[in-house]
Design a protein around this ligand. Structure first.
Ligand code: CAO
Length: 416
């Protein structure tokens, strides 16, 4: 069966997490992704956070499925020639080197465009043009610079980073979207273009609602859905909102049965206006239905702490799954706090291909997150990540290099 991106060839010059997230998605949509790595070490993540000696780490394998790997010294003149051939043969070059690294290698946008005017050149950088554009950036730096850390955590604690990799994987997703748009535009323009996804910008895009709140705060001085209201005064910038919902419906994380020993015996509970009657009935607080001071969502905001405390008295008598079952019968929005162990064992995620078991010749079987985006005409088969340089000869052969030429390149250390 053909795939959405069948026939597209991606020169994958990415490493670590942000870039590989993007090219893995393109591979899952059917593109031929050729990962170019330095001989010897390859992508640094192959050896990072290893759980099995000498096997590619889970960090690497889980970000590089469905790709081919070639080793190439792109600072060697003969390596540069191979890279030039690859540029001519590929549709997209994706890279997330430190600022200026590709230029220093001799592959400026102008040079690439000259070699292949149709090529889309896509980059992740930490920052866009501005005071920090030359800085190297990792995940948590982006979370801090993009507004996530200052708005995450509790009011009386320090800024906090989130476990979701919004700086790396989040930016990779943004980049993939930019690449697809550039490929579509190429169909009419006939030209490639540069695509840039700075990590700060991607994180800020995901923190859009906090910039909304900054402006609300400046205009009104107060945000009633924040847990600070009404007891703690607001300052001049958006405070950390703990586990408040961030939207128009108040929400909070509440203890469930077993919370004393199980760190994840909690449920997220949304006090949606539309189901207020059901909430009161389920938790046994029918008297609130007749109380005029609880009559509307705007009035109830003044009692939110008392409401959540009462709901929690009820959730503490149920496991998170029992509470989920009961509340869902009444259409009350809620969600259990699932541990990674519970997610890994969840049968429905296995059935949809969102959690996949993959076999690897060195490490054996492991679990990964499959393609979270489902296309009805382009299903994803997750295949293992390549060993370092596994496809060097195959790819060079396809580029027209003879066996002798490949042997010479190997002798000279251009490939390994
Ligand atoms: N052959 C020869 N040289 C190669 C090569 C190859 N196949 N592949 C890479 N190199 C060289 C680069 O040209 C660069 O050389 P120079 O410094 O001499 O120009 C060098 O390897 C190192 O590349 P780098 O600077 O990108 O790598 P680093 O480990 O020092 O930095 C990182 C890593 C992630 C901080 C940096 O790449 C970066 O800021 N990237 C942009 C933002 C980003 O994506 N961050 C997310 C990372 S995931 O948390």
């Amino acid at each position: 069966m053909s795939k959405a991106l069948s026939g597209y060839r991606i020169l994958d010059f990415t490493h670590v997490q942000s870039g590989p997230t993007c090219t893995q998605l393109l591979a899952w949509f059917g593109a031929d992704v050729i990962k170019v790595e330095r001989a010897g070490e390859g992508d640094a993540t192959r050896g990072q956070l290893r759980d099995i000696p000498d096997a590619d780490s889970l960090y690497f394998t889980m970000l590089n499925h469905n790709k081919r790997s070639i080793t190439l010294d792109t600072k060697n003149p003969k390596g540069k020639q191979v890279l030039e051939t690859l540029i001519k043969e590929c549709d997209v070059l994706v890279e997330n080197f430190a600022p200026g690294a590709l230029d220093r290698m001799g592959f400026t946008w102008e040079r690439i465009h000259e070699l292949n005017p149709k090529m889309v050149v896509a980059s992740v950088k930490g920052f866009g043009p501005g005071p920090y554009e030359h800085c190297k950036v990792y995940e948590n730096v982006a979370q801090c610079a993009g507004g996530s850390a200052s708005t995450t955590g509790f009011d009386d604690g320090p800024p906090m980073v989130t476990g979701a990799q919004i700086g790396d994987s989040g930016t990779g997703l943004h980049l993939a979207l930019g690449i697809l748009a550039a490929l579509l535009q190429r169909q009419t323009s006939g030209r490639g273009q540069k695509v840039l996804a700075p990590m700060q910008d991607a994180v800020l895009n995901l923190c859009r609602v906090k910039l909304r709140d900054q402006q609300r705060l400046e205009r009104t001085g107060v945000m009633k859905e924040y847990p600070q209201y009404p007891d703690t005064p607001f300052g001049d910038s958006v405070p950390r909102a703990g586990n408040a919902s961030g939207g128009g419906q108040p929400g909070s994380i509440l203890k469930c049965k077993g919370w004393e020993t199980d760190p994840n015996a909690y449920i997220y509970f949304v006090n949606q206006g539309a189901v207020w009657d059901s909430v009161c009935k389920v938790i046994g607080k029918e008297e609130w239905l007749a109380d005029p001071s609880f009559a509307t969502p705007a009035l109830r905001v003044n009692h939110m702490k008392a409401i959540f405390a009462a709901v929690e008295e009820w959730t503490k008598t149920k496991t998170k799954f029992e509470a989920m079952d009961i509340l869902n019968k009444f259409d009350i929005p809620c969600g259990p706090i699932l541990s990674m162990k519970e997610i890994a064992e969840e049968p429905s995620l296995r059935e949809t291909g969102t959690i996949v078991e993959v076999d690897h010749p060195v490490r054996g079987k492991y679990l990964t997150v499959g393609n979270p985006i489902k296309l009805s005409d382009s299903p994803t088969d997750v295949t293992r990540s390549p060993l370092l340089g596994e496809h060097t000869e195959e790819v060079l052969g396809q580029l027209g290099y003879s066996e002798e030429q490949i042997a010479d390149l190997r002798k000279e250390g251009v490939i390994s």
